[in-house]
Design a binder for this molecule. Structure first.
Ligand SMILES: Nc1ncnc2c1ncn2[C@@H]1O[C@H](COP(=O)(O)OP(=O)(O)OP(=O)(O)O)[C@@H](O)[C@H]1O
Ligand SMILES: [Zn+2]
Length: 486
């Protein structure tokens, strides 16, 4: 069996052959840390996480690099995202960066996203960026104007090879003052001159300034992974101009191909519109985690293919919660039987051992086909149906069979997909907890009758922090666990 990936560069599925046998060098564009991460970010990073986990499961040694953008990523208005965030919160820019970088990793940890092996920050690689820009100028692919340096797209005929865009189509969205400096409207900034009031700035051969956004990824990817390297991942929304420009810079500077396979994820949408801070339709990961289990968020994301878009809604999330319950219930039953220790030592029924092997093969086949998690999930759900049939069908089930079933859950559901923890905490609290929650609900109702709304809200919030969500209905207040297993 061989692994096949859809390479965006060739628009085809291709066998995955790493540059160095048994190793995968992979780079994914990281977040710009100027605000809390939203569920759209989760779509990209959970999808990439499963790809990395799967490579490791298949025995590859992976070096996974994902940068932190802390300078140079401008809004359409021309403002630097970090500086705008710093002004909003009255923080030193690097204080803001630190705050949201921590917030990002906190969210990713909560979602079970395995940390990258290297998380390089753009601001720590300014000298390397300056070096690459110098080479580009020397080779005639870049030019300086008034302390800014631009990449000349006309000097690089391959510009457009990833996105399929032609130069004539690339003139839109360019602000007028910048347009005047450029030789071609599609030329993009490698280095921007900074006025003294611009806090994030560095000395360079062209005066004080700051790097353009695209150059950081060319520099950090090749510094840590070499050139060429195996896989470049990211969200499809950054295909142009970001990814396109990354390729042009690295290839024009170094004369060899940049990334060999491009894996791009579809966008997460809300009512069909991309979730994005600029549109204001974001659901923060932190808020989603208040309502849903982290594994339910993963299940929701993995239920569509990484290349497809996915629409976020409460109904879809409730569906994922239910799916997760179905999956976990079977796992819990298997593990309880194992813990009881009364299953016989015979590998009976033997036919089920074959069923287990079949499920494993089908799962690997699905994942080998461009990481098709929807198919892999359906294999896991079908398998669970068969397991339920076995467990409740009246036949005696031997310990080796239960262990082999549990191994499928641990390896494929846990290690690869990150949906099944090794320890599932039961989400039904004890009678004592239920009694205490009921008591608090009554005290809260009493507080509300006395118009002590501050106390009533305090009870609700303290319970929410513990993962217990109250829901006020016409006929009284009910409660449920919102974060079991986290
Ligand atoms: N709705 C989304 N669905 C999937 N991926 C997304 C979504 N929004 C952002 N991403 C991806 O997250 C990565 C980091 O994004 P970054 O922090 O630079 O986003 P941003 O442009 O500041 O966010 P926003 O689009 O919310 O303004 C990018 O590679 C991008 O492709
Ligand atoms: Zn990038």
């Amino acid at each position: 069996m061989s692994l096949v990936v859809y390479n965006f560069l060739t628009r085809r599925k291709e066998p995955f052959i790493p540059l160095h046998e048994g190793r995968v060098h992979m780079y994914v564009c990281g977040p710009t840390v100027y605000d809390h991460a939203h569920v759209g970010h989760a779509k990209l990073y959970v999808s990439m996480d499963v790809i990395v986990r799967y490579f490791r499961y298949r025995g590859y040694k992976v070096r996974y690099v994902q940068n932190i953008t802390d300078v140079g990523h401008l809004l359409d208005t021309g403002e630097d995202r970090i500086l705008k965030g710093a002004a909003r919160e009255r923080l030193e820019p690097m204080e803001l960066v630190e705050k949201y970088m921590r917030s990002y990793f906190e969210d990713m940890d909560a979602l079970g996203v395995v940390r990258p092996d290297i998380s390089p920050r753009a601001s720590c690689h300014i000298p390397e960026m300056i070096e690459m820009i110098k080479v580009l100028i020397q080779k005639g692919h870049a030019y300086e104007v008034n302390g800014s340096v631009y990449f000349s797209v006309e000097s690089w005929p391959e510009y457009g090879k990833l996105s399929g865009r032609r130069l004539e189509e690339q003139e839109e969205g360019v602000r007028v003052p910048v347009r005047e400096e450029k030789r071609h409207p599609a030329d993009f900034a490698l280095w921007k001159r900074a006025e003294p009031e611009h806090i994030l700035r560095w000395p360079s051969p062209w005066g004080w300034g700051y790097p353009g956004w695209h150059i950081e990824c060319s520099v950090m990817a090749t510094k840590y992974l070499g050139q060429p390297f195996d896989i470049h991942g990211g969200g499809i929304d950054n295909l142009f101009p970001h990814n396109e420009s990354e390729i042009a810079q690295a290839e024009a500077a170094n004369g060899v191909p940049f990334a060999r396979y491009w894996l791009l994820t579809g966008s997460l949408t809300v009512n069909g519109v991309k979730m994005s801070k600029s549109l204001g339709n974001v659901v923060r990961i932190k808020d989603a985690l208040q309502r849903y289990r982290p594994q339910a968020i993963r299940l929701f994301i993995l239920s569509s293919h990484y290349r497809s878009p996915i629409d976020y809604s409460e109904e879809a999330m409730e569906g994922a919660e239910k799916g997760l319950d179905r999956l976990w219930n079977t796992v819990i039953e298997v593990r309880e039987r194992l813990a009881r220790g009364d299953a016989p030592e015979s590998a009976e029924p033997e036919a089920f051992m074959e069923e287990i092997q079949r499920a494993r093969r089908a799962f690997l086949e699905a994942m080998d086909d461009d990481f098709s998690t929807p198919e892999a999930l359906s294999v896991l759900f079908e398998f669970s149906k068969a397991v339920n049939g076995l467990l409740f069908g009246g036949a005696t089930v031997g310990r080796p069979v239960l262990e082999a079933i549990d191994a499928v859950y641990r390896e494929l559901g846990g290690q690869v997909l990150g949906l099944i923890p090794d320890e599932i905490r039961p989400d039904v609290p004890s009678d004592l907890v239920a009694g205490l929650v009921q008591l608090l609900i009554e005290l809260r109702a009493e507080a509300r009758r006395q118009r002590d709304f501050a106390r009533a809200d305090q009870i609700r919030e303290r319970l929410r922090a513990l993962g217990i969500l109250l829901e006020d209905r016409p006929d009284g207040t009910t409660w449920r666990m919102g974060r079991a297993g986290s």
